[in-house]
Every structure is written in C-alpha cells, then in structure tokens.
Design a protein around this ligand. Structure first.
Ligand SMILES: NC(=O)c1ccc[n+]([C@@H]2O[C@H](COP(=O)([O-])OP(=O)(O)OC[C@H]3O[C@@H](n4cnc5c(N)ncnc54)[C@H](OP(=O)(O)O)[C@@H]3O)[C@@H](O)[C@H]2O)c1
Length: 292
C-alpha cells in the first residue's frame, strides 16, 4: 500500500493535474483520496468543505493521510472584492482547519498560494523572502491563509504560483473561445508574469512533498510574458489568425487591483536542484492534450 494523499478542492485545475501526475507514477506508490464540493463522483467520492473545522478533523482522523494537498480556494479574484467574508472563510479559515488537522495527525500539508500576496510594485522578480503587500481581498485572504498554516502546522509547504491554467476555466481557454467569434482581441500589455501550467505545478508539488524541506516556495514556469504576449503565443501555437491589440491596464478596469509585476523567482526550488519548464514549452504540452 502506497502513501495516502488527501487532495482537497480536487475538482479544480490543480487537483486534476495532480491526479494525472500521481497516476503516472509507478503502481501503488500513492493512494489518492479526492475531496471536493458538490455531489460525490467516482473521481471525487468524498465531500469535504474545508471551512468546516469538525468535518476536516473527522476526515483527516479517519483517513490518516501521509500528505494533504490543499487545492481548494476562492479563486474568483474580482468576486472576492464583494464576497469578502466568503473569501476569508475559503482562503484563510479553510487552510487553518487543514493545518490544525494535519498537525494533530503529524502529516505533511501542501498549501497553494499566489503571486497576489505581493504588491507588484517592485521591478525585479519576487523571491520567497520578499516583503508581502497584497492589493486585493483575494491577495489579503490568501496571505492570511499562509500565516495561519505557518502558525498551526509544523510540516508545511506553502507553494506560491501564478497565472495558472489547466483543466477548467482559465485564460488560455478564454482566449481560444474569444477567437472563435472576434477577429480582434484587446489584451493588457503592462502586467507581467509567468504563465504556469497546472501540470508543471503538480510536478513541482510532487517533488517537494517527498522532501522534508518544509517552508515557503515559489513555483512558476520559467520566463516572463505580459498577458498580451501570452495571448499572442496561445494563438500562434493554436494556429489561429486573430489580431491581438495591446491595451493598458487603465483601459481595462477590473474590481480587483492586479499586480503589475507578478514575476516570481523559484529561488528555493532551484536551491533544491529542481527547475520548472519554460512557459512556452509548458503551453505546448497543454495545447497538445486533446481533452482540457
Ligand atoms: N488560477 C490561477 O491563476 C491561480 C494563480 C495563483 C494561485 N492560484 C492558487 O492555486 C490553487 C489552485 O487553483 P485552481 O486554479 O486549481 O483553482 P480552481 O480551479 O478554482 O479550483 C478550486 C477548487 O476549490 C474548490 N473549493 C472552493 N471552496 C471550497 C471549500 N470551501 N471546500 C472545498 N473545496 C472548495 C472549488 O470547488 P467548486 O468546483 O465547487 O467551486 C474548486 O473545485 C488555489 O490555491 C489558488 O489560489 C491559482
């Protein structure tokens, strides 16, 4: 019997990518238990709302996982501005519940966080040691989640990522579907980040969770792009003939403020000898998968 892994928020982009990567490992290395919201399915048989502390403790005590990977979050960045209480419960209280339960059972906890914990005002890429200064409700609640994990759990990995796309709703799919009905698409060119495939993030998480190098990590694909450059590359790889027009953030107002510079340096992962794929290569892998 392999190591038992509890994945919370398993129906999301990262949860699905983790399942793919873990299943590719050799037989019986891992037993995955997927937990999510909504109706139970054969893929995700366990219902677990991470904001319910009693349910979280009961599930963790029953399952006795070796590792918990928390992929659940309120990821609607703009919605969080008007759903502050809900964002707080999902992004801060939920991780705290998991941290307390993981600590009680002495299991490892991988908790996923975001580039939005930074202001984006710095010019250089953000390392794990840089000062946090979130600009949005999403960023603030995710940072609170990080702090509650650190306070309540010893064996934790906090993994900050950015510009994530996988099986689910994401920028790549939005661009491809816009291209079907619009000859010209306007995309912001003054916000910079590292587009990161959920599969590449899942691989980095699987690497980290096998170590005892607990702490906070950045995990994004290598290289930098603006949203405009990202969109242009998506259409290039998809062979779509669309005109992409660069616009400024000021011309595309959103309820939540986005960091101008979202570029994370994976310094600590590199110190462990691990590197992630360049973003264009990871995008190619994603685009060549038939079912997304
Ligand atoms: N997406 C990005 O661009 C991005 C960027 C940086 C960091 N991140 C972080 O990366 C992680 C994974 O993101 P993702 O894109 O995979 O997210 P996602 O696709 O939005 O999936 C999140 C999952 O969490 C579930 N969930 C929400 N509240 C829950 C609760 N109270 N209890 C249990 N499950 C709950 C959702 O369930 P429903 O399906 O029922 O809604 C959904 O399946 C998150 O921590 C996110 O903050 C994401």
């Amino acid at each position: 019997m392999g190591k038992r892994i509890l994945i919370t928020g398993a129906n999301g982009q990262l949860g699905r990518a983790l399942n793919q990567i873990l299943q590719e490992k050799k037989d019986n290395e891992y037993t995955i238990v997927n937990a999510g919201r909504g109706e139970p399915t054969s893929y995700c048989p366990l219902i677990l709302d991470i904001t319910n502390s009693v349910a979280v403790m009961n599930v963790v005590q029953d399952l006795k996982p070796d590792i918990i990977i928390n992929c659940a979050a309120h990821t609607g960045v703009d919605l969080c501005e008007t759903e502050q209480e809900k964002a707080h419960r999902m992004n801060a209280v939920g991780p705290k519940n998991l941290a307390i339960a993981a600590n009680a059972m002495e299991c490892k906890l991988v908790h996923v966080s975001t580039d939005y914990v930074f202001s984006g005002e710095e010019k250089a890429p953000y390392t794990e040691e840089c000062e946090t200064k979130p600009q949005s409700v999403y960023g603030r609640t995710k940072l609170e989640g990080e702090e509650l994990v650190k306070e309540n759990c010893v064996k934790y990995f906090i993994v900050r990522t950015a510009w994530l796309y996988g099986e689910g709703r994401n920028f790549v799919k939005t661009m491809l579907s816009l291209a079907d009905s619009n000859p010209e698409i306007r995309v912001v060119c003054d916000q910079f980040g590292s587009p990161t495939s959920a599969l590449e993030l899942a691989r980095a998480i699987v690497f980290l969770m096998e170590t005892k190098e607990y702490g906070t990590y950045h995990a994004t694909c290598e290289g930098v792009a603006s949203w405009y450059e990202f969109a242009t590359e998506i259409f290039h790889q998809a062979g779509k003939n669309v005109t992409v027009k660069p616009i400024l953030t000021i011309d595309y107002p959103t309820p939540a403020v986005r960091p101008k510079n979202s570029v994370l340096e994976n310094r600590k992962l590199k110190e462990l000898g691990y590197s992630m794929k360049p973003w264009k290569e990871a995008l190619q892998e994603y685009m060549s998968t038939p079912c997304k």
